[in-house]
Write a protein that binds this ligand. Structure first.
Ligand SMILES: Cc1ncc(COP(=O)(O)O)c(C=O)c1O
Length: 362
């Protein structure tokens, strides 16, 4: 009997979604994005399951080191790069591939005198319209020349950029970002990478040498108006908790902190052992739906730290110990629940914390 709450991670679904990436971008290498603990799915387990990836990408040095220490030997790209000379040395020691996005990072590399070995693979981030990270197109050639001069690099230098609006289909800003990148390509001989999940599925011209899927690997949709199912993506995480109380309410009874949900009839209510202390977003108060006995029922009142209350008026057979699915099956997709929380699936998936045991299947 599992100790709830749990998040079941379906590795067969993960591999299916990886094949979707390959179908969409058959001529590109795949850099699977497994930052933030693989969007909450467990980075080491995901990296092992996705061993057919050509590389992995994480945000931070510590994430890269953790993967290396767990025996992951594929190239690992640090999307935010290094932030001191000593981080640069560590990146070299663990054979990690930083993305350089500001001048000082290149300087730290050039000035390092005690690297265990030169970096064998690194990237430069080009700012093409998102205005978050990267060298402007005017400055990129200078950065390339400077990197090439460094004795601490001995391998490919790729050019990377990131879409701000790939999830907005037909948005002309995507073409504008691609046009900025295309102008630079004429002068560049190294690999190119632009496409995240949304671009992988809808902007084939952007695929280039490397694609960088994140969300689609985990079976959620980056598009507001397209379901994961319609994109042939399978949910990887199924988050489950358990009924720990079943109670009878009378008309007028209030439920939860603040009493801001009130019964308008006599009815049954259940208490489920998951809350914001597990990463079940408090914005789901009075808004979310969960699945129990294959039926969808509403969350009543505020989400508390360890518990939520749900409407059991239509579920006569519900009893203490029954399993409740918070997201991840056909009835309650993570995309639907994210909308109920007025957020995106990324946040719900990453937000589920270590209090919720991950169990791997498939
Ligand atoms: C630089 C970069 N590339 C790729 C990705 C993957 O994006 P997605 O999860 O939308 O596929 C991310 C995610 O935030 C990112 O920051």
């Amino acid at each position: 009997m599992p100790t709830y709450p749990i998040a079941e991670i379906n590795l067969a679904a993960l591999k299916h979604n990886f094949l979707r990436v390959k179908d969409c971008a058959p001529n590109s290498k795949v850099m699977s994005v497994i930052k933030a603990d693989a969007y909450g799915h467990g980075d080491v387990e995901v990296a092992k399951a996705l061993h057919k990836s050509d590389a992995f990408a994480v945000a931070r040095l510590s994430e890269g080191i953790q993967l290396r220490e767990a025996g992951i030997d594929k190239p690992i790209v640090l999307l935010e790069g290094i932030h001191s000379k000593s981080q640069c040395e560590q990146a070299a020691r663990f054979e990690l591939s930083p993305v350089f996005h500001y001048q000082q990072q290149i300087q730290w590399l050039s000035e390092s005198t005690s690297l265990s070995a030169p970096l064998s693979f690194c990237w430069l981030m080009v700012e093409t319209g998102m205005h978050r990270l990267g060298f402007s197109p005017e400055k990129i050639n200078e950065a390339i020349i400077e990197l090439k001069k460094s004795e601490n690099i001995d391998g490919d230098i790729g050019l990377m950029s990131h879409f701000a609006n790939a999830d907005s289909e037909g948005d002309e800003r995507n073409q504008q970002q691609q046009a900025v990148m295309s102008e630079l390509l004429a002068d560049h001989i190294g690999p190119i990478s632009m496409a995240n999940s949304a671009a992988i599925m809808t902007l084939p011209d952007s695929h280039q040498d490397w694609v960088r899927p994140g969300l689609m690997l985990y079976g959620a949709s980056p598009f507001e108006h397209k379901t994961a199912q319609s994109l042939d993506l399978k949910p990887v995480m199924q988050t489950k908790a358990q009924l720990i109380s079943v109670d009878q309410l009378q008309e007028g009874d209030q439920v939860g902190y603040g009493g801001d949900w009130q019964a308008n009839k006599a009815m049954r209510v259940g208490t489920v052992n998951i809350g914001y202390g597990d990463g079940y977003n408090r914005l789901l108060s009075n808004r979310a739906y969960v699945s129990i006995h294959h039926q969808v029922v509403k969350v009543l009142g505020r989400v508390s730290m360890d518990m939520i209350c749900i409407d059991l008026s239509a579920i006569e057979q519900a009893k203490i110990g029954d399993e409740v699915v918070l997201w991840g099956n056909g009835n309650v997709s993570v995309d639907q629940v994210a909308k109920q929380a007025q957020t995106i699936a990324y946040e719900l998936l990453c937000g589920l914390n270590q209090r919720v045991e991950r169990q791997y299947h498939g």
